[in-house]
Design a protein around this ligand. Structure first.
Ligand code: ADP
Length: 542
């Protein structure tokens, strides 16, 4: 027997409809690429997204077409997402921090037909357009007054292109499993792989992540997504914020400490989301200037393991609660969130930080397990670690074009490539990426634990740990450090600081000081490059 409930497809544009109806006046404030602060609201964004959909249809775009965006977080980028999805086409976010050749490769793989591009990134498209034969048209996210000279054929300013239609348009209706968005993983091994979100998965992910123990977003909040729309589906915030009617504050091209602080302060932001490196910059700015964060109540930190000092400083010095979260592009992206379960509400100080340093537990809709190489499940005892696998309605079932089939097991679980353990209370902790873990004498050493510990030293700006060949142990850890400006800690000081806080045999065999640690396009430490850099390195213990 079937239930007798209405068939109301979970389509993303219903989210912006709802926002316009219930929270129409709620603001979306952006630092525009042209400079000034720009203000709009959900009603206007919906109206302009409808125009965008209408203009796309007029130009011949239709269901299933991939339409690229290469843009910062602004109201225009948000309009692109909703307008594109509104005709059943697919927003395809491109990461401007990739090399132009990589962007071209990805665009060709996706066969993008049209691109919406910020002024900042137009030179990238000018350089690669000729090598992307599918690309028919370039729309620059600005008005005619700011349009630069360009030799590209078929280029137009966003505002003049939108002005040519009247907005008398109705969203298309289609199956909720229709593709809505696309984002390629950075592909630290092999070619990038295309993750393809559906309308249904985006809506479910938003419903789940607004829960109080996940991101807990409410209409009264003002949200600043520092996390770019081009990184892992913007952690879902383009859907969660309008779903609940929260004010959105979009940072545009400025993500430095001062730029973020200005918006947090002037727009009375209560909630924000970013990777640890962004928060390190903000905390440094606050320490230098003595400024405080009177409005901010919560931050979610993910994308890379969050060092304990960041959590501690936010909470102790600024009264901001930290939610450490883990996820990935393939998971829409939220997998776990580190909110505090009732049995731990009494925890304080170090005991609370121990819990918060873990990546957290799964919200409803995410299943996880930790297995060995033969897919045997490991116990949830907080120490047995292995490969982390996940399953759920907002998790990839495959990659665009059929790549990466080996990452799925017979039960439909996806191999995340992360190494983790889970404790009896369900809290998961990532110890490494499988390809970064150090294998010393047959035992594994977590590079994340070592890095997070080292970064707690007051003179350390950034730390990375890699395995270096050792004749007896196979691999031993080398700690690579960027010192804070104006400080000059010695190897002995750093190792002395770490001593006693980790198992003896985890202690790095050496410390190397560098000016800079290489980063990936999503702001993570680029271990592959670092390993190349230290390929000929000889440990003093070898
Ligand atoms: P990319 O690999 O393209 O940067 P993702 O955002 O999809 O994009 O990366 C996901 C990976 O980032 C995870 O598999 C994990 O290795 C790492 N990661 C994300 N959040 C955390 C976290 N809180 N702690 C440790 N690692 C994390």
């Amino acid at each position: 027997m079937l239930g007798l409930m209405q068939d109301w497809p979970l389509l993303c544009h219903k989210i912006i409809d709802h926002a316009a109806i219930q929270h129409g006046e709620r603001e979306i404030v952006s630092r525009s690429i042209e400079g000034p602060i720009h203000r709009t609201n959900y009603r206007e964004v919906r109206a302009r997204s409808l125009k965008l959909a209408q203009a796309l249809e007029r130009d011949g775009y239709k269901l299933g077409d991939r339409i690229a965006t290469l843009a910062w977080n602004t109201w225009r980028h948000l309009e692109c997402w909703y307008g594109i999805m509104g005709i059943g086409a697919v927003y395809h976010t491109l990461n401007p921090r990739l090399f132009p050749e990589q962007i071209a490769w990805i665009m060709n793989h996706a066969e993008d037909k049209l691109i919406f591009v910020d002024l900042t990134f137009l030179p990238i498209i000018e350089a690669i357009a000729a090598s992307v034969p599918s690309l028919e048209k370039v729309i620059v996210l600005t008005d005619d007054a700011h349009m630069p000279e360009s030799k590209l054929p078929n280029i137009v300013s966003y505002e003049s292109w939108l002005a040519a239609v009247d907005g008398d348009f109705t969203w298309k209706t289609f199956d909720e499993n229709t593709a809505a968005g696309m984002c390629y993983t950075s592909g630290t091994t092999g070619n990038p792989k295309g993750v393809l979100y559906s309308h249904r998965s985006n809506v479910i992910h938003a419903l789940v992540s607004t829960q109080p123990d996940a991101l807990g977003i409410a209409a009264k909040e003002a949200i600043l997504p520092v996390v770019p729309l081009f990184h892992a589906n913007a952690w879902g915030i383009s859907f969660t914020a309008p779903m609940v009617g929260a004010k959105m504050v979009m940072p545009g091209a400025r993500m430095d400490g001062e730029g973020i602080y200005e918006l947090l302060d002037s727009e009375k932001v209560t909630f924000s989301a970013a990777v640890p490196t962004v928060w390190l910059m903000l905390l440094q700015y606050l320490e230098e200037t003595g400024k405080k964060l009177p409005h901010l109540t919560r931050v979610v930190i993910g994308g890379a393991a969050c060092p304990r000092t960041i959590i501690q400083k936010f909470q102790d010095n600024y009264g901001v609660t930290v939610f450490h979260a883990w996820g990935m592009t393939e998971m829409s992206p939220i997998g776990t969130v580190g909110s505090v379960k009732p049995q731990f509400q009494h925890l304080k100080g170090d005991a609370l930080l121990d819990l918060q340093e873990k990546q957290g537990y799964t919200p409803f809709s995410v299943e996880m397990k930790v297995t060995d190489d033969e897919n045997n499940e490991k116990p949830w005892d907080g120490k047995s670690f292995g490969i982390l696998k996940v399953r759920g309605p907002a998790i990839s079932s495959g990659y665009y074009g059929g790549d990466g089939k080996e990452q799925f097991d017979d039960d439909g679980f996806f191999n995340t490539g992360d190494v983790a353990h889970i404790d009896k209370d369900g809290y998961m902790q990532i110890t490494d990426r499988a390809k970064d873990v150090i294998k010393s004498g047959g035992e594994w050493i977590s590079t994340i634990d070592l890095e997070n510990l080292a970064v707690g030293h007051p003179d350390v700006a950034e730390a990375a740990v890699i395995g270096i060949y050792h004749p007896k142990w196979d691999e031993r850890p080398l700690l690579v450090i960027v010192r804070k400006a104006g400080s000059d800690p010695s190897k002995e000081e750093i190792l002395g600081f770490m001593k006693g806080k980790i198992a003896k045999w985890w202690m790095p065999d050496d410390v190397s000081f560098v000016d800079e640690i290489p980063h990936t396009a999503t702001g993570k430490i680029q271990k592959m490059d670092l390993r190349k850099q230290f390929a000929d390195y000889k440990l003093p213990t070898a």
